[in-house]
Design a protein around this ligand. Structure first.
Ligand code: GAL
Ligand code: ZN
Length: 665
């Protein structure tokens, strides 16, 4: 397989044929090596049922190939055409309020619908047969951002039937289901699996156990939908890769499971924020965390399939990226493990929903500031990409990330401001500020390589996970546990045998006897001499003999009681954090935990400057990225040579440098 590193997302169907050659020539001049095409063009490929028109795509692939540009083919199954919806209205999804979501946007499809599946299989097979051996086609992207636009997923009759089948397989008997879901509550017992609904809105709240299984089912359904396509494609495409464009921390599908179908994972990175009026421009540490979680999904380098290349926006818009900023963001993706970056999109679209989601070229199609900037970027960075390929950060700190915990907190957030992923990102932030590389790790992952493992909000707990954490600490690991650990079993039922955090009390050295949800309230916590803010929650605990108090509450009726503790267990140590620390408290806590675990930092922190690293057997690469519009100075660590950049130690506005060091043999 070719090693390609830079590309663009291109929509030949949006432009006149006469323009394609010019686009290809401009791309070539910029150093573009690949295009992704066709992922929304079902109607162009099958304008009427069973009538396939692949000529235009053949031509586009060939034309780009002649310019040395390879193609990633997207299957257009995120946008079924109107003729299909008209003929088979049952393929349209039904939301939780029982309303049909109509044709006219995208993802207007039910992923369990047998009719829809049949159309999907047929088109995928036609495409795979046609392009599976095309020398200019390097790989595939089935569908687009699976799970996106499925905010409510689908509650149609077909989905309900599939859900019942999924439950039958899992629980065997309806008595088991009643038991697992606690259906004695409010008379929710079923006599038959056939009675179980797909959850429509109810008059009051929902059964949290039923909702958790529903979310698991919906995730499995998406994986199954993708599996059908990947199996077909693999039959024809023996030398082409299959990837999919993920959305960072998005929650609709368990990305670890989806990743098992793929050769590598891709991701869409839009630092400028999304299309909703309230969606923020993300902070740099959140962008970094997003890239790190994407790397964790297969624990290997990934691709960016859509990297922001201009102002973002649908109905409302984000800020114009400052000169240098697009390059800094692209470099950030590479720094965290991207082996290739595909920019979205080539040219700003003149029609449809995304007229203001800007591409490299403006509406006019004339190359301007963004073209020039990314051209320089590619010319400078591409020669280095082969040697970066495959390298990974060597993180000593892991943060456990689990879709199941995310689902459980969505169902019962406890506090209006408690978010599982946001809390993880807050822990991450303190490490980011200290230039300490982090891996996210799935619960089933290997913990043993981490000196320090942060496992916030381990709310659903199984005996196997308890063993795993005990073992990790017993063997010398430093583990951080928090509030709301070990509360529920995997069916989302509260555990009652012991005080919290259940069997992990032994490791944590605490028993939680009571708690306070800090609704509309903040507290202060005394850490050393400083009183620092915290929020969301207070655990009130009894310490087991030998447990050390690191911080205590300085507010409320529990002022003076322990809030953060440390406890030696086996060859390791366990921290327990009874609250959600504010930024300063988080900083003090993690600085202490990192120094006790002897975790190394890459370089002295500089405000607004990010530092990340990738390594392979022989070399370490250090990325130093200035995310500000001002000049910044930093002290390069010893032994490093400048590979890319003006002058080591001095960063211009938005400059990103790469340094390299040969490893000792
Ligand atoms: C992504 C999506 C693209 C395009 C882009 C801008 O989420 O994959 O197809 O919609 O956002 O809105
Ligand atoms: Zn459905």
């Amino acid at each position: 397989m070719k090693q390609l590193h830079f590309g663009v997302d291109y929509y030949p169907e949006h432009w006149e044929r006469a323009r394609w050659d010019k686009d290809a020539a401009l791309m070539q001049g910029m150093g573009i090596q690949m295009v992704r095409m066709a992922e929304f063009s079902w109607h162009k490929l099958e304008p009427e049922e069973g009538i396939y028109e692949f000529g235009w795509l053949d031509e586009a692939i060939g034309l780009f190939g002649a310019h040395g540009i390879y193609t990633i083919v997207g299957t257009p199954t995120a946008a079924p055409p109107a003729w299909m919806a008209d003929k088979h209205p049952e393929i349209l999804p039904i939301d939780r309020e029982g309303r049909v979501r109509g044709f006219g946007g995208r993802h207007h499809d039910c992923q369990s619908s047998p009719v829809y599946r049949q159309y999907v299989r047929k088109l995928t097979e036609e495409m795979a047969r046609r392009y599976g051996e095309n020398p200019y086609v390097i790989g595939w992207q089935p569908d687009n951002e699976l799970g996106n636009s499925h905010q409510e997923l689908c509650t149609c009759a077909s989905c309900r039937k599939h859900f019942q089948g999924w439950l039958r397989k899992k629980y065997q008997t309806v008595q088991n289901l009643n038991q697992a879901w606690g259906n004695a509550f409010w008379s929710q017992e079923y006599n038959d699996f056939k009675e179980v609904p797909a959850p429509r809105i109810t008059v009051t709240g929902e059964n949290p156990s039923a909702m958790l299984d529903w979310k698991r089912f919906c995730s499995d359904l998406i994986v199954d939908f993708a599996r059908e396509q990947t199996e077909i494609i693999r039959r024809y495409a023996k030398n082409q890769f299959i990837t999919h464009n993920y959305m960072g921390f998005a929650d609709k599908v368990d990305y670890y499971k989806l990743g098992e179908l793929l050769d590598f994972v891709s991701h869409d990175q839009y630092p400028g924020g999304f299309y909703l009026p309230e969606s923020p421009h993300e902070k740099e540490h959140v962008l970094a965390a997003t890239l790190d979680v994407v790397r964790s999904y297969k624990n290997q380098p990934f691709w960016i399939m859509e990297q922001q290349s201009g102002i973002t926006g649908w109905e409302v818009m984000g800020r114009a990226p400052a000169p240098g900023q697009l390059s800094a963001w692209a470099m950030q993706s590479i720094a965290h493990g991207a082996d290739a970056v595909v920019f979205f999109r080539w040219r700003t679209c003149a029609m449809g929903t995304e007229q203001y989601w800007h591409g490299i070229l403006p509406h006019s199609g004339n190359p301007g500031r963004r073209y020039k900037e990314l051209q320089d970027f590619i010319h400078e960075v591409n020669p280095l990409m082969d040697s970066l390929q495959g390298s990974m950060p060597n993180a000593q700190v892991g943060i456990v990330f689990s879709f199941e915990q995310e689902y459980a907190f969505q169902i019962q957030p406890h506090h209006k401001d408690l978010s599982y992923t946001r809390q993880l990102q807050k822990y991450y932030h303190a490490l980011y500020e200290r230039n300490i590389p982090v891996d996210f790790v799935p619960q089933q992952g290997d913990f043993s390589k981490y000196k320090l493992l942060l496992a916030p909000l381990q709310y659903l707990m199984s005996p196997e996970m308890e063993e795993k954490y005990m073992d990790y600490v017993g063997q010398g690991g430093h583990l951080l546990l928090t509030m709301r650990t070990g509360v529920k079993d995997v069916n989302n039922i509260c555990m009652t045998e012991r005080e919290l955090p259940g069997r992990l009390s032994k490791v944590a050295g605490v028993e939680v006897l009571d708690y306070d949800c800090l609704r509309d309230a903040q507290i202060e916590v005394l850490f050393g001499e400083e009183k620092l803010p915290a929020g969301i929650w207070s655990d009130l605990m009894r310490l087991l003999p030998g447990t050390e108090t690191l911080a205590s509450y300085a507010s409320e009726f529990y002022a003076g009681e322990p809030c953060i503790t440390a406890h030696a267990y086996g060859c390791g140590a366990c921290y327990y954090v009874g609250t959600e620390p504010g930024e300063a408290l988080m900083d003090r806590l993690l600085s202490l935990a990192c120094s006790r675990a002897e975790v190394d930092s890459l370089m002295e922190p500089v405000d607004g400057v990010e530092c990340a690293s990738r390594e392979n057997e022989s070399q370490s690469f250090l990325f130093v990225i200035n995310h500000t519009g001002e000049c910044k100075a930093y002290e390069a660590p010893e032994g490093y040579q400048l590979l890319k950049g003006g002058q080591a130690g001095a960063l211009k506005a938005y400059e990103a440098q790469i340094l390299q060091r040969q490893k000792m043999p």
